[in-house]
Design a binder for this molecule. Structure first.
Ligand SMILES: [Cu+2]
Length: 150
């Protein structure tokens, strides 16, 4: 929470300095699909620093969320992938998002079942390579990839 407050303060200073244009103005729309075969349709996503990312997860399958739930989670740099997915196993009551690891997550969608969509909007982080995944039990292995910020 402290980090968020600092970020908000930094952002408002930046907004003042730039006359209201806090980013480079670009909004990039990304749609990623997850299916009943436990696959995303892409394993690399590339954006530019400063862009606003509007990412939509679309579950193109038919299975219910309890059996084939998908989300899209973007981990912060330095987050231990295995530690995160282990913690996620115990977070069934919070859509498999471990509540004590929010500060290691940049963005995440709702957990959805077949035929549903969920959209999340966030600012692209600093240039680098970040992990994304579905945190539903058993899915992080086949459903993960790289989020590259140039
Ligand atoms: Cu999944």
């Amino acid at each position: 929470m402290k980090k968020l407050v600092l970020l908000a303060t930094a952002l408002s200073l930046f907004l003042v300095a730039c006359g209201g244009n806090g980013t480079n103005g670009d909004v990039v729309e990304i749609t990623i699909e997850g299916d009943d075969a436990m696959q995303f349709n892409m394993d690399v996503i590339e954006v530019e620093a400063g862009q606003t990312v509007r990412l939509t997860l679309e579950h193109t399958g038919q299975m219910p969320v309890a059996n084939m739930g998908h989300n899209w989670v973007l981990l912060d740099e330095g987050t231990d992938f295995d530690a995160f997915t282990s913690a996620a196993l115990n977070a069934a009551d919070n859509e498999y998002i471990p509540e004590d690891m929010y500060d290691e997550i940049i963005a995440y969608t709702d957990l959805i079942g077949g035929g549903e969509t969920s959209t999340v909007e966030f600012e692209a982080p600093s240039p680098g390579t970040y992990d994304f995944l579905c945190s539903f039990p058993g899915h992080p292995g086949p459903m993960s990839g790289e989020f590259i910020v140039n």
